[in-house]
Ligand binder design. Structure first.
Ligand code: NDP
Ligand code: 2IT
Length: 448
C-alpha cells in the first residue's frame, strides 16, 4: 500500500472508533500524515501497533460538577480529565473552562500535549481536562464554588507523580488558586499537584508569561533560520488572553510592531503598533476588570474596533493566532498570503484548519505548529514541578534562560527532522521528533 493509502486506511479505522469527534480526527490526521513515511520504514513499531495504541487514551474520567449560583439556583456541568499517555512522565496538561468544551476537544488537546511535552525534553506525559462551564458573567464566588466542586472529584485522580493539571482557556491564576485550596483541604497535604500557582505559594517565576514569550522566542529562531529578523516585523496577534498578551509584550521588546489583538467579540487594529502603555491598559482590562477588547478602542486614538471579525485581513509579516482551535480558515489564509505573510507561528493549539495549513504550505509560508511554538508554557510548568520537588524557587532570570534554551532546543529538533530542500517543514519536524521519543518508550515497555 502507498503511504497515502496507509494514512487513509488508518484514519478510516480511527473515525469508526471515535465517531463525531472531528477535532480529535483533525489532530490525529496531522500527526499521522507527518509520521507515516517514517513509521512504514520501521517494522518493529508497526508490529507493536504503536499508532493504534498512541491514539487511544490511557483513560478518560468523566464526571458531573454540581454547584450553586449566588441566587441559590443549582447548576450541573460536565467535566473530564483525559489521561492520554504517560510513557515519558506523569500526565501533564491544562484545564479548560469554556462552553465549547467536549470530549473531542479535550482528546485533541490531550493528544497534542503528548508530543508537545515530549519536545520539551522534560519528563511529562500528555493529558488535558476541563468543563463546559462558562466562567463569563459568573461572580468570583460562583467560580470558586465551581472550582471547589470540580476538585472534590478530580483530587482522587491527580497527584504530583500521577497527573499535574494547569491552566488553559478560562483557567488562570484565580481558578488554579481555588482548585489548589480545595485540593489541600481534601488531602491535608501541600504538593506540586497543579502548576500556574501564585509565586508566593509555590508558583514559578515567568509561568504567566511563558507561553507568549516562548512563542516569540520560537518565531525569532524560525525567522533567523530563514535569514530574516524579528525586529521591525509587523505582527498580527489574535486573542487577548494569557498567551496573546505576553506574546505581544515580548514582540514589542524585540522591536516588532504588533498591529492587532482580539476577543470573541471582534478585533482591534492598532495602526501605529501597540505600545507598552497600551498593553498595560489591556492587561488591566482583561486580567482584572474582565472587560471586552472593544473598550480598548474607545480609550485610545488610532485604534479601530471591528465587530464580529477576525484580524487576518490586516496586512502583516507574521501571524500569531493565540485564541483557539480552527480560528484561521481558508479565506483567512488566502488574505494572509495575498498580503505577503512570511510566517505563521501558533500560540494557540491547532488554530489553523487543515485546509488553511495546506494552503500556507503550498505558498511556502513558514508554519510553526503549536506543539513546538507554544511549548514554553508547559515547559515552565515542568520547571515549576522541579522547583516544588526540590523545595526551592529560581529567579526570573534563571527560569527565563532555561525557557530560552528549551525553545532553542525544540527549534533545533524541528530543523533536524523537518529540513527539506533548504527550508524547514516545522509541522513534520515537530511531529516526527515528538512522536519518535514516545514510540521508543512504548516499544521498550512491551505490551502494556
Ligand atoms: P485565555 O482564556 O487567557 O484567553 C483566550 C482568548 O482567546 C480570549 O481573548 C478569548 O476571547 C479568545 N477566545 C477563546 N475562545 C474563542 C472563540 N471560540 N472564538 C474567538 N475567540 C476566542 O486563554 P489562553 O490565552 O490561556 O489560551 C489561548 C490558546 O492558547 C488556547 O488555544 C490554549 O489551548 C493555548 N495555550 C495556552 C497555554 C497556557 O499556558 N495558557 C499554553 C499553550 C497553549 P473571549 O475572552 O472573548 O472568550
Ligand atoms: O496547552 C498547553 O500546553 C497548556 N495549556 C499548558 C499546560 C501546562 O501543563 O502548563
Amino acid at each position: 500500500m502507498s503511504t497515502q493509502t496507509e494514512i487513509a486506511h488508518f484514519m478510516g479505522g480511527l473515525r469508526k472508533r471515535n465517531p463525531h469527534e472531528t477535532e480529535f480526527h483533525q489532530a490525529v490526521k496531522e500527526v499521522v500524515t507527518s509520521v507515516m513515511p517514517w513509521y512504514l520504514d520501521h517494522e518493529d513499531y508497526r508490529k507493536a501497533q504503536i499508532l493504534e495504541r498512541i491514539t487511544e487514551p490511557d483513560r478518560i474520567i468523566t464526571f458531573r460538577v454540581s454547584w450553586e449560583t449566588d441566587d441559590g439556583d443549582i447548576r450541573a456541568n460536565r467535566a473530564w480529565r483525559v489521561q492520554f499517555n504517560h510513557s515519558l512522565g506523569p500526565y501533564k496538561g491544562g484545564l479548560r473552562f469554556h462552553p465549547s468544551v467536549t470530549q473531542s476537544v479535550l482528546k485533541f488537546l490531550g493528544f497534542e500535549q503528548i508530543f508537545k511535552n515530549s519536545l520539551t525534553g522534560l519528563p511529562m506525559g500528555g493529558a488535558k481536562g476541563g468543563s463546559n462551564f462558562n466562567p463569563k458573567g459568573k461572580s468570583p464566588r460562583e467560580v470558586m464554588r465551581f472550582c471547589q466542586s470540580m476538585m472534590t472529584e478530580l483530587h482522587r485522580h491527580i497527584g504530583e507523580d500521577v497527573d499535574v493539571p494547569a491552566g488553559d482557556i478560562g483557567v488562570g491564576a484565580r481558578e488554579i488558586s481555588f482548585l489548589f485550596g480545595q485540593y489541600m483541604r481534601l488531602e491535608n497535604r501541600w504538593s506540586g499537584v497543579l502548576t500556574g500557582k501564585g509565586c508566593s505559594f509555590g508558583g514559578s517565576a515567568v509561568r504567566t508569561e511563558a507561553t507568549g514569550y516562548g512563542c516569540v522566542y520560537f518565531c525569532e529562531h524560525m525567522l533567523n533560520q530563514h535569514n530574516e529578523q524579528i525586529s521591525d516585523k509587523v505582527i498580527s496577534i489574535s486573542g487577548s488572553g494569557n498567551v496573546a498578551l505576553y506574546a505581544a509584550e515580548k514582540a514589542i521588546d524585540k522591536n516588532a510592531k504588533v498591529v492587532t489583538l482580539s476577543d470573541s467579540g471582534g478585533f482591534v487594529h492598532i495602526k501605529d503598533g501597540l505600545t507598552h502603555q497600551q498593553l498595560h491598559y489591556v492587561k488591566d482590562l482583561k486580567e482584572n476588570r474582565r472587560g471586552r477588547i472593544s473598550e480598548f478602542a474607545k480609550e485610545f486614538g488610532g485604534v479601530e474596533y471591528h465587530h464580529n471579525a477576525r484580524p487576518w485581513g490586516i496586512k502583516c509579516d507574521v501571524a500569531m493566532p493565540c485564541a483557539t482551535q480552527n480560528e484561521l480558515g481558508t479565506e483567512d489564509a488566502k488574505s494572509l498570503i495575498d498580503s505577503g505573510v512570511i510566517a505563521v507561528c501558533e500560540g494557540a493549539n491547532m488554530p489553523l484548519t487543515a485546509e488553511a495549513a495546506h494552503l500556507l504550505e503550498q505558498h511556502g509560508v513558514l508554519h510553526a505548529p503549536g506543539k513546538a511554538s507554544n511549548a514554553g508554557g508547559v515547559a515552565v510548568s515542568g520547571l515549576e514541578q522541579s522547583q516544588n520537588a526540590m523545595r526551592i524557587s529560581w529567579t526570573r532570570d534563571e527560569v527565563d534562560s532555561r525557557l530560552q534554551s528549551i525553545i532553542a532546543d525544540i527549534h533545533a529538533r524541528c530543523v533536524e527532522y523537518g529540513h527539506h530542500e533548504g527550508r524547514v517543514n516545522y509541522v513534520n519536524g515537530a511531529n516526527i521528533a515528538g512522536f519518535k521519543k514516545v514510540a521508543d518508550a512504548m516499544l521498550a515497555y512491551g505490551v502494556v
